[in-house]
Ligand binder design. Structure first.
Ligand SMILES: O=C(O)CCC(=O)C(=O)O
Ligand SMILES: [Fe+2]
Length: 242
């Protein structure tokens, strides 16, 4: 559980931490990695305190992340390949989940399969005034990943990359792979800047059994490194904004 970039990890140990402390750290840092979670822990009941569960692509409230051979040649969370930075549910018409949470049943035994994260706010601040305006004004079409489309669960929606809201924080939507660029220079440039920033600034989580990673999906992008151990098994919930 080391940050690649020597950034200190936003890490708490479950037995030493009350809910309020976790919630405050999540608000300040944008994510929390919570370990030393005991066997038999009710992850869903704990995580529901952060917001209501939202249905996953298949309508279920919990998504299992375990590689399936039938998805090996597609871009999909359900194989062993690396992912590119993205937020979740950019291709949904409505508001994406405020928080994403993963918890670990079986970590990858090969040192891969790290979930990686970066807060894009510092990158946003490096954009010019004109670029910032464009990030909120220009709408792009987002489509589901090839894997989700293959499951016949694909959808599509149009959104700006940074949605500004009255009285609420902005909502980031991004997918390196699944935004339709039409070879337009602005979005092509933004995509590469996000990728470069993510390479430099991400933290990497090496899960231990039962441990939990929760992050603000309106502000951070996430990704995953490749792995070979097909026993790796995580679970995921999406939590709506309160
Ligand atoms: O496998 C992972 O670590 C994360 C996959 C992912 O992008 C997700 O569950 O949203
Ligand atoms: Fe994801």
């Amino acid at each position: 559980m080391q940050a690649d970039t020597a950034r200190p990890l936003s890490h708490l140990s479950y037995p030493d931490t009350d809910f309020k402390t976790v919630a405050n750290q999540l608000e300040e840092q944008g994510y929390v990695y919570l370990d030393a979670v005991p066997d038999g822990f009710d992850h869903v009941a704990y995580l529901e305190q952060f917001g209501p569960l939202m249905p996953q692509y298949d309508g279920e409230l919990i998504w299992s992340i375990k590689a399936q051979e039938r998805f090996d040649n597609l871009y999909h969370s359900l194989n062993t390949k690396a992912l590119n930075p993205h937020t979740e549910c950019y291709e949904y018409e409505g508001l994406p989940p405020k928080y994403l949470a993963l918890w670990c049943l079986v970590p990858a035994a090969d040192g891969g399969g790290q979930t990686t994260l970066a807060d894009l706010q510092p990158l946003y601040e490096s954009f010019s005034e004109e670029e910032r305006t464009k990030l909120s004004a220009q709408e792009y079409t987002f489509v589901s990943s090839a894997g989700v489309q293959d499951m016949a669960l694909g959808r599509t929606a149009k959104h700006p990359l940074r949605e500004i809201r009255e009285g609420r924080p902005p909502v980031l939507r991004f997918s390196y792979n699944c935004v339709v660029t039409d070879d337009e220079p602005f979005i092509l440039g933004v995509r590469e800047r996000v990728l470069q920033y993510f390479d430099d600034a991400h933290v990497a989580i090496d899960f231990t059994p039962n441990s939990i990673l929760i992050w603000n999906n309106h502000r951070l992008v996430h990704s995953r490194t490749a792995y070979t151990d097909r026993n790796r098994h995580l679970r995921r919930v999406w939590l709506g904004e309160i």
